[in-house]
Design a protein around this ligand. Structure first.
Ligand code: XIL
Length: 328
């Protein structure tokens, strides 16, 4: 890795985090992470399918490995995620009779899962994404029709936050979602957070994933979102930032056009201008991967060469990196 360039974490007024999306690459990628980042989010290893593949059978070897890497390097560790509709094993929603599980049993499973994870990582994980992607702005009440919702209504969210708070009163508890920069989704999430806070549900913060592309949306949308949620007196974090070089789900380049990397640098600059301006409302900014070679966007939504991050496929600094360290 380049050792003659500034460390990202020294150049920004908030915690600068990265997801660790490929634990098998911890060697040289570990060096890049340790040099530039003071926050870390295990990309998959704390999700339900990884941590409780069968009821009551917990598996922590991979999660421990990544969490310990963060702790050893003085990084703030984000736990991602306790409750989600995706990467959750089928047994969670199945009853003894092979039909759908009843609400009481589902919430008991949820409580056991949340309590076990949050207790295990009490001294190591500072922030949890307690629930992930619960909003669907196209529903009349703004709530995603997941199995969680269909079986338990809003009680699954209430239970998850209550149990997480009990298990670790010091952990910061977040609700996390994508597209929160778009006005309709922003307002649907705002209404839910407001309602839950009014009820006394212990929500500390709102996480904005920010999976963006080189054209969309304007950075001003992001700023409007941060200012909107600030009126609820919650902490905010950018949790999964990346800027795809594709603006649709189907195109693919045989190699990465250099002019797009310059354009991407301008996008990153506009975004970090907003983050710096709003730093009093934003406690951390996390990119979803340390370098382009390990980005999930090389396989999603289709397999294609992408370059959404700050370091390239060879771990070298991109125009986007320079836009972050030298914003003038
Ligand atoms: C992604 C991981 O990076 C991939 O490795 C995995 O195959 C799918 O999930 N929103 C989220 C993250 O909250 O958990 C997702 O992570 C990316 C979208």
């Amino acid at each position: 890795i380049q050792t003659d360039i500034p460390a990202l974490k020294d150049e920004v007024p908030f915690i600068m985090g990265s997801a660790l999306t490929r634990p098998d690459t911890l060697g040289v990628h570990g060096q890049l992470l340790a040099r530039h980042f003071n926050g870390i989010t295990p990309g998959n290893e704390l999700k339900w399918d990884a941590t409780e593949p069968r009821e009551g059978e917990f598996a922590f070897a991979d999660g421990d490995h990544l969490v310990d890497f963060g702790v050893e390097h003085d990084m703030t560790v984000r736990g991602h995620t306790l409750v989600w509709h995706s990467q959750t094993p089928a047994w969670v929603f199945e009853g003894a009779d092979g039909k759908e599980v009843d609400k009481e049993t589902l919430l008991r499973r949820l409580e056991n899962h949340v309590r076990t994870l949050v207790t295990r990582y009490k001294d190591k994980i500072a922030v949890w994404d307690v629930v992930n992607e619960v909003i669907d702005e196209n529903q009349p009440d703004g709530l995603r029709r997941s199995k969680w919702y269909e079986i338990a209504g809003l009680d699954y969210i209430r239970t998850a936050f209550r149990v997480a708070r009990e298990a670790d009163p010091d952990a910061k508890l977040f609700i996390n979602d994508y597209n929160t920069e778009f006005p309709r989704k922003r307002e649907a999430l705002y209404a839910l957070v407001k309602q839950l806070k009014d009820e006394g549900v212990p929500i500390d913060g709102v996480g904005h994933q920010l999976h963006l592309n080189i054209e969309q949306p304007p950075a001003s949308y992001v700023e409007d979102t941060i200012e909107r949620f600030a009126t609820l007196a919650v902490d905010q974090q950018v949790t999964e930032l990346d800027v795809s070089i594709y603006t649709d789900f189907v195109s693919s380049y045989p190699s990465i056009p250099p002019e797009l990397l310059v354009e991407q640098g301008h996008r990153y600059k506009a975004l970090f201008d907003v983050f710096r301006r709003q730093a009093s409302k934003l406690s951390s900014v996390t990119v979803w991967g340390e370098s382009d070679d390990v980005s999930w966007l090389n396989t999603w939504p289709i397999p294609r060469l992408n370059a959404p991050l700050l370091f390239d496929h060879d771990l070298q600094a991109k125009p986007a990196y320079w836009a972050v360290v030298d914003p003038s």
